[in-house]
Design a protein around this ligand. Structure first.
Ligand SMILES: O=P(O)(O)OC[C@H]1O[C@](O)(CO)[C@@H](O)[C@@H]1O
Length: 274
């Protein structure tokens, strides 16, 4: 199938919201808050990437994820590098990425246990338009009041180190073992490589491009597939109509038509741009 419009799965989370974003339907007042919307294929059982929208009203857990190598050691199919495009933020919204100072594994564990870990993290202001890449291992926490798109390796393995006393399971042994202990620094980005084409992530596990509107050709080599995430605008690809808030998987060689105002993300597995 050259292009598939993905279906959505709504995920309840204690830190989610009753008032979502854009065209997403709000949950009923008495229902649990929705924290995530996942885009799923009805054709593929285990695609390489997963695209989500996140809606936060409280901080997520302080957490990290295994790399491909650490995942393999634990019998898991893949690790979880991830990144976030911030769509909307309350004025005081923040995201924690890595420790303020290099830490030892022992300090990471004891501060997770005694609740001081939160204060040791580098809480960065997050506003609409910001972009953050969080490599597996980075100890991070998405803050309250944010709406964002997450592009990640398709893995549901999260090691929770601290959860503000919420009654959810923690995973200290694994989280401490796979943690990156040095402060976070932004990965170098490819930047604008041609008019209307910006490279936000180029490996090691996926590439993320950002495109402006207009018509273009998508040429995916072999069996490679790409995830088209319209942030704004309308259009069609491979004869399938799309609009902002949806997500499609594209394979092969397809024409993409996008309205002039379109803002598009295009993600695919791999270490280098196609
Ligand atoms: O354990 P929590 O707080 O529900 O957070 C899990 C979520 O955090 C994320 O890893 C984002 O940091 C999501 O991909 C994941 O679903």
């Amino acid at each position: 199938m050259p292009a598939e419009l993905l279906t959505t799965k709504r995920v309840e989370k204690p830190w989610g919201r009753h008032s979502l974003y854009g065209g997403f339907t709000d949950p009923a007042e008495n229902d649990e808050p929705i924290g995530e919307i996942w885009f799923q294929s009805s054709e593929l059982s285990d695609p390489e990437l997963l695209i989500k929208y996140l809606f936060t009203s409280e901080k997520l857990s302080v957490q990290n994820h295994p790399s491909d190598m650490e995942a393999a050691k634990r019998g898991l199919p893949r690790g979880k590098d991830e990144c976030w495009i911030i769509l909307d933020a309350e004025p005081d919204s923040t995201i924690a990425l890595g420790p303020l100072e290099p830490m030892t594994r022992e300090v990471l564990r004891t501060s997770a246990e005694d609740g001081t870990l939160e204060g040791r993290l580098d809480w960065k202001t997050a506003k609409a338009g910001d972009f953050f890449y969080s490599k597996s291992g980075v100890v991070h926490a998405i803050g309250a009041g944010l709406t964002l798109i997450e592009v990640q390796q398709n893995s549901d393995t999260t090691y929770r180190l601290f959860d503000y006393g919420r009654p959810r399971e923690l995973h200290l042994d694994d989280g401490v073992a796979v943690a990156e202990l040095d402060p976070w620094t932004a990965e170098p980005q490819g930047g604008v490589v041609e008019p209307g084409r910006e490279i936000l992530v180029e490996g090691p596990t996926f590439v993320l491009e950002r495109w402006t509107g207009g018509d273009r050709r998508i040429d995916m080599p072999g069996n490679a597939r790409g995830w088209l995430v319209p942030v704004r605008g309308t259009g069609s690809v491979g004869g399938i109509a799309w609009k902002a808030g949806e997500c499609l998987i594209v394979t092969g060689n397809e024409d993409l038509d996008a309205s002039d105002d379109a803002d598009l993300l295009f993600a695919y597995p791999g270490a280098a741009r196609i």
